[in-house]
Design a protein around this ligand. Structure first.
Ligand code: HEC
Ligand code: HEC
Length: 396
């Protein structure tokens, strides 16, 4: 800076100082106002938007992937470049240098100029730091695996019910609805393979939960048991496998007592003597447990899907497979173990229990209603029904 520049600078400085404001109280007052405004904004956000809580911490859950808040991700990412023994470079040395650089700025950047274009060193350092932080944060965010749903089910009953559903979808086709095993029928590639019972006392008493977990996670590929763990190309998260194991243990191990609510939630509701079953209350749990494992997309099933009421009523190469009021519907003939054009007995391996067949028949005969309300309207005992309609459903 030459003398002339200094002169103009000092003059300008003086001028600005004259018509400027005082730090105290003027600037402080302004700051306070802004701070208060931001406080109100935060308060409003907290009250009206809130923050979704993560599931309660669960020390037994090894699937949880801990990550710092986003504004610390860059530091976290740096750790990856300084692994193990040299970790301290990333955690201590570099951050300390950065803080020191900032502290010492007045000492090493003595240029009197304030325009950023004239402060190349400081601008370059700051620019690089900002770019570095942004890049590291982006890299960290991009390489963070998605958090698994850990809060699938938190208490035992919910876990058992979830496990039951998962078992029904993924395991029934090979192991049977009660884990009874036997000869596999209707599963491509394993036709005729005989699997032993996985619900027997032998099995339950000699296999730990960890063993079950490992078998489901990794499978037994040589024996025909596919892997289910996401890590091995399957479809189940750790929490889900855990739920399946919990379901198996509580349902089949006679040394373990199943909690009351879980037993009720998993049970197929009972029917009154004249009651017409509905899809929603009675059929869905039966179909889910005994049929959906094969009758879902991607399985051998004559394109007959049974995941919803609509699918059950409408899909299939030999649709309709349920004709309301007609006990010669494909479904009824097949669960009664007949071989018809649409195929063989259903489920292929083992007959449904007689009481379930009865519910199925009463549902079809009664008009195959979807909702409980529709079923009640169809029930002979409901309202005095117009004559003729009471006889719709035959005595077996
Ligand atoms: C595609 C057919 C198939 C499916 C689906 C299947 N398994 Fe298996 N599983 C097998 C076969 C085959 C074996 C090994 C042979 C045997 O048990 O005789 C086996 C073995 C097992 C065993 C080990 C038995 C033991 O103690 O050695 C367990 C436990 C098991 N399966 C559980 C499951 C569970 C739970 C599911 C659903 C998540 C499932 N399986 C889905 C075919 C299947
Ligand atoms: C182990 C797998 C498996 C299970 C479990 C199973 N099915 Fe099937 N289902 C099949 C296969 C495979 C076919 C194709 C026909 C055949 O091969 O017999 C089929 C066909 C059908 C069809 C004929 C569909 C059409 O339009 O051609 C009906 C109806 C049917 N199943 C009903 C049921 C019902 C009801 C249940 C449950 C109580 C059930 N299935 C459980 C494998 C299964």
């Amino acid at each position: 800076m030459n003398e002339e520049q200094k002169q103009t600078y000092l003059e300008e400085y003086k001028k600005e100082k004259e018509d400027g404001v005082k730090f105290y109280p003027d600037v402080i007052y302004k700051d306070l106002l802004v701070a208060f405004g931001i406080f109100l904004l935060l308060l409003g956000l907290a009250i009206f938007m809130g923050v979704a809580a993560e599931p309660p911490a669960d020390p037994s859950d090894s699937a949880y992937i801990p990550r710092p808040e986003w504004y610390f991700l860059f530091l976290f990412q740096m750790l990856k470049y300084f692994p193990g023994e040299i970790e301290w470079i990333g955690t201590v040395v570099i951050p300390t240098i950065a803080v020191l650089a900032l502290l010492l700025l007045p000492f090493y950047d003595r240029s009197p100029f304030r325009h950023w274009k004239k402060r190349k060193v400081a601008t370059a350092i700051m620019g690089l730091t900002v770019v570095g932080i942004v890049v590291l944060t982006i890299v960290a965010a991009a390489t963070t695996p998605p958090q698994e749903e850990t809060s699938l089910a938190t208490n035992i009953s919910d876990k058992i019910v979830l496990g039951q559903d998962l078992y029904s979808v993924h395991c029934v086709e090979c192991h049977g609805a009660e884990g009874e095993g036997g000869e596999i029928v209707g599963v491509e590639g394993l036709e005729g393979v005989v699997v032993k019972s996985i619900s027997s006392q032998d099995e339950m008493y000699t296999r730990s939960d960890d063993t079950f977990y490992a078998v489901i996670d990794y499978g037994q590929p040589d024996l025909g048991m596919p892997p289910f763990g996401l890590g091995y190309g399957g479809e189940l998260s750790r929490g889900e496998i855990d739920a399946v194991v919990t379901f198996m243990r509580y349902t089949w191990d006679d040394r373990v007592e199943i909690p009351e609510e879980a037993a009720q939630a998993g049970a197929i509701p009972e029917l009154g003597p004249d009651e017409i079953p509905s899809y929603e209350v009675h059929m869905e749990p039966i179909i889910k447990r005994y049929c959906v494992s094969c009758h879902r997309p991607g399985k051998k099933n004559n394109n007959y899907l049974m995941r919803t009421y609509q699918e059950t009523m409408e899909t299939g190469d030999h649709a309709p497979n349920v004709i309301p009021g007609d006990l010669n519907s494909n479904n009824i003939l097949m669960i009664n173990r007949q071989e018809i054009e649409a195929g063989g007995p259903m489920p292929p391996t083992r007959a449904l229990k007689p009481e379930l067949i009865e519910i199925f028949e009463r549902w079809v005969a009664g008009g195959a209603p979807e909702t409980a309300a529709e079923a009640a309207a169809l029930s002979p005992t409901a309202e005095p029904t117009p004559t003729g309609e009471t006889e719709v459903y035959p005595t077996p």
